[in-house]
Design a protein around this ligand. Structure first.
Ligand code: CTP
Length: 402
């Protein structure tokens, strides 16, 4: 597996002839399992079309501050989303603007907002490259912590031979792979992590079911994070449209709470950590009609019976496993969460309060509070679900070490 797998990369393209090489660079990144968001400077669109790059990256390409009339492209959100940004080709003009804080296009505004590492691959003609102002701009950018991907020696578009060619796509991919390999914490290496996600569907008849609004996003984000940190991950998920971004994750799809119960128990013995992020139906129809139920009566009653509590059943038999549950509450949040922690014999509980803005089903963000076995309480800020997933793994590791 390549180290860029699962990473979110912004590729910023500025207006030089080497822009044509970004098509194969995007292909390489996508093949390696990265998510790629392309942002083009207006000048670069003369060298390669946004349509080519959108097709290869499987995402819309951004070129302007305004996506469509009245819809703004949020460069701050883009910059926060990325694990790394790479500007390739970085022309003399774009380098000069970056070095001096100019931001007259979306690419530069995103660069200025970036909190992630920024790589840049200069590309220009020899005389421009050796000009003292270009040299000093590159030095300035490196002194700000940006990482230069050095130019190659060879034939340039002008016919001159010398330094100034943009590094080859394969080389740039290697640089990113190396960076992520050095910086990946791998702190879950060798650990077996089981995660449940999504809703369950409890059948009523062959065409109907009782379900809920869970999208599975929180569980999928935890699975991606755990796998990216070296864990062997089994993701047991109810119906969802989501896909994992790490090919090493073993995904097991189930429908009902009973299916999920069985799947969890099948893998429990070999698990080190189990995280129950699924929204499991507490009840299921007592009888499931074999044929579609007809609307003959004015009223219709479905008798429900209790589903097994999966986490509680695992808590009752756990030996070495570290068990993490979620609690979704609307009132007396801390007290209810503490009692769930105790009742289910958990090691950690992640409390979601529906009273917090931005938390809950279908939202890209979440605001959680961790409560550990000793009832220590750790409230967290409102964050993207990806960042909450990082915090959950960090918190598990802190408690696990004890
Ligand atoms: N859970 C479970 N099995 C169930 C129901 C819930 O394993 N049948 C897990 C969930 O995955 C979650 C935790 O238990 O990690 C708490 O779920 P929640 O819906 O908040 O609580 P419940 O235990 O169902 O209690 P209640 O609905 O009464 O609040």
């Amino acid at each position: 597996m390549q180290n860029v797998s699962g990473k979110k990369i912004i590729l910023g393209i500025s207006g030089g002839i080497a822009a044509y090489k970004t098509a194969s660079f995007v292909r390489l990144l996508i093949k390696a399992g990265a998510q790629v968001q392309v942002i083009m400077s207006p000048a670069s669109c003369a060298f390669i079309t946004p349509l080519t790059l959108a097709t290869l990256s499987k995402r819309p390409v951004y070129t302007e501050f305004e996506k469509s009339f009245g819809e703004w492209t949020n460069h701050v959100d883009l910059a926060l989303w990325a694990d790394a940004m790479i500007i390739a080709p970085a022309t003399a003009n774009t380098l000069a603007k970056m070095a001096n804080g100019l931001c007259d296009n979306l690419l530069l505004a995103t660069y200025l907002s970036a909190k992630c590492p920024v790589f840049f691959a200069p590309a220009m003609d020899l005389d421009m490259f050796i000009h003292p102002s270009t040299k000093s701009n590159i030095q300035k950018l490196v002194s700000y912590g940006n990482i230069e991907i050095e130019t190659a020696f060879g034939e340039l578009a002008s016919g001159l031979i010398g330094q100034g060619r943009m590094a080859e796509p394969e080389f740039m991919l290697n640089v990113l792979n190396e960076y992520f390999s050095k910086n990946s914490s791998n702190d879950l290496k060798g650990k077996q992590v089981v995660i449940t996600a999504g809703p369950t569907y409890e059948p009523i008849d062959p065409v109907r079911f009782i379900g809920n609004h869970s999208t599975g996003k929180m569980g999928f984000d935890i699975a991606n994070e755990a796998a990216n940190r070296g864990a062997n991950v089994v993701l047991i998920t109810g119906p969802t449209s989501l896909k994992t971004n790490n090919s090493q994750i073993k995904v097991q799809k189930i429908l009902s709470a009973n299916d999920m119960y069985q799947a969890c128990h099948d893998v429990f013995e070999s698990a080190d950590i189990v995280i129950g992020a699924a929204a499991i139906a507490d009840y299921r129809p007592k009888t499931v009609a074999t044929q579609k139920i007809k609307k003959n009566d004015e009223e219709f009653t479905i008798v429900l019976e209790k589903n097994p509590d999966i986490l509680a059943s695992l808590g009752a038999i756990k030996t070495h496993q570290f068990l993490v549950g979620f609690a979704l509450e609307t009132e007396n949040e801390i007290e209810y969460a503490k009692s769930k922690l105790k009742k289910k014999n958990l090691d950690l509980i992640v409390l979601n309060s529906l009273n917090d803005k931005g938390a809950g089903f279908g939202k890209p963000t979440n605001k959680v509070t961790f409560i550990d076995k000793d009832f220590n309480i750790f409230p967290q800020e409102l964050k993207s679900k990806e960042d909450v997933a990082k915090d959950i793994i960090d918190q598990i590791l802190k408690n696990y070490a004890k």
